[in-house]
Design a protein around this ligand. Structure first.
Ligand code: HAM
Length: 432
């Protein structure tokens, strides 16, 4: 009886090569950018006590509706992480590292969302946090890091939207003013909009539903609620952006989907992506988060970017073309047994990349495989080579004036790595 084929869970995907190579390469590029700025990687668990997220975002959809929660065998309530800022603040509270703590991360996040292009239930983020400084220049530094990373990928159609939610008192006053404003327009709101109003009036500002948008048209502006200190902080960040030459637009409706933000919040959007999933990254300041998670009052600022969305934006802009990795050697084995295994192992240990054939297939089939692999040289080991203690090195270069395709030499088995390294080095010095 045939068993039905199993699909991946809804909203998840298998990422096969070469797409997986692009993810690896993008993540590597982010790591380089962050390391160059003095950030170091932190790896936290993929699941946490649900409390870590519940404490900081009970009134947000990400926590209340979209979190993958489960009881473990000891009946503890756990959650697959929907994001990494709360776990990082939790780690800070636990370990109390020296400040400012400059850290970066990468990895999968989980949100039970309605899947569509660019919106998945498991998706990858790269991000960075700077914990322990309330200097507005720290905000500017994080913004610059995120912006320059997009530039380095070759993205030209990304825009930066920025806003300030002020101090907790400013935010509370604004939220209450919004509450009264929308309460007077209850009938105009969508059904979900009315539910949102009850928990978090701020979130109505970025509702995508047309009724809510219309109702929000004359809503109060956060700028009127900013204290002098908060307005000063925001202005310093904007001035720094100006000096850095990073273009931005102030978006007073930008409230973001997580509750911990205060002062600066921002989002990077791609004009090349579909409106509903055009945010390639977002972040901001979260000065109360570490204390909420049991640590000392400690300010923090950071951002995260969606790897999958960044790559979609790269596709749409024809940017960040990842070169297939070059393969140096393909070992063609017509005798079978352990010889090709030893040969491949030896040359890999010498730092040369090598693939090999299996199953003693015909010489013709193996040469075809060598050709498909894109290897620079084929290394043939047959009965004759084995008897004479040699191997045959065949040039696999495609259209080359100097060496005709297929030119081959016999080399002593003991000198194989040396000879390959010599040839590769000569080529590295002589550009094609
Ligand atoms: P966030 O805006 O929720 O922020 O997520 C950051 C980015 O992750 C989004 O801009 C988007 O590119 C990507 N993303 C979010 N949800 C999905 C999804 N379902 N499918 C694909 N990509 C997605 C945070 O997570 C905060 N922790 C950012 C932060 C760091 N704030 C301060 N520090």
């Amino acid at each position: 009886m045939q068993t039905a084929r199993l699909a991946t869970p809804r909203g998840t995907r298998d990422v096969l090569p070469p797409a997986s190579e692009r993810i690896r390469s993008l993540t590597g590029r982010f790591a380089e950018t962050a390391q160059r700025a003095g950030f170091r990687q932190v790896i936290t668990p993929i699941f946490e006590h649900a409390e870590v997220f519940r404490r900081v975002g009970e009134s947000t959809d990400i926590v209340s509706k979209e979190m993958y929660e489960f009881r473990d065998k000891d009946q503890r309530l756990m959650a697959l992480r929907p994001e990494l800022t709360a776990p990082l603040a939790r780690a800070f509270a636990n370990h109390r590292p020296r400040t400012p703590w400059r850290v970066w991360y990468e990895g999968p996040q989980f949100r039970y969302e309605k899947p569509q292009a660019g919106r998945y239930r498991q998706f990858n983020q790269v991000g960075a946090e700077l914990i322990g400084s309330d200097d507005p220049q720290a905000d500017a530094e994080m913004l610059a890091l995120a912006w320059r990373f997009c530039e380095a990928l070759g993205l030209r159609q990304v825009i930066l939207l920025i806003n300030s939610l002020g101090s907790p008192a400013d935010r509370a006053a604004f939220s209450s003013a919004l509450g009264s404003y929308f309460a007077r327009r209850l009938g105009d709101l969508s059904e979900q909009g009315r539910a949102t109003l009850a928990v978090n009036p701020l979130r109505l500002l970025d509702s995508k539903r047309p009724e809510d948008r219309l109702a929000a048209a004359a809503a109060p502006d956060i700028a009127e609620f900013l204290s002098k200190e908060a307005a000063g902080h925001f202005q310093t960040v904007l001035d720094a952006l100006g000096r850095l030459g990073i273009p931005f637009a102030i978006e007073p409706r930008l409230v973001r989907g997580l509750d911990y933000y205060r002062h600066t919040t921002f989002e990077l959007r791609s004009l090349a992506l579909d409106g509903a999933q055009d945010a390639v990254g977002g972040g901001g300041r979260y000065d109360g988060l570490v204390a909420d998670l049991g640590g000392p009052p400690t300010p923090g600022v950071g951002f995260a970017m969606g790897v999958d969305r960044l790559l979609l934006a790269c596709d749409a802009e024809d940017a960040f073309d990842v070169q297939e990795q070059d393969l140096d050697i393909f070992v063609v084995d017509v005798i079978g047994g352990v010889e090709a295994t030893l040969l491949a192992d030896e040359i890999r240990q010498a730092g040369i990349s090598a693939e090999r054939a299996f199953d003693k297939r015909s010489m013709k089939a193996q040469m075809k495989a060598a050709d498909r692999s894109g290897a620079r040289f084929a290394l043939l080991i047959g009965a004759e080579e084995l008897a004479s203690g040699t191997v045959t090195l065949r040039d696999m270069r495609r259209d080359d004036g100097e060496a005709p395709r297929g030119a081959q030499v016999r080399i002593p088995r003991g000198a194989v790595c040396e000879e390959i390294l010599r040839r590769l080095a000569v080529e590295a010095r002589t550009p094609a």
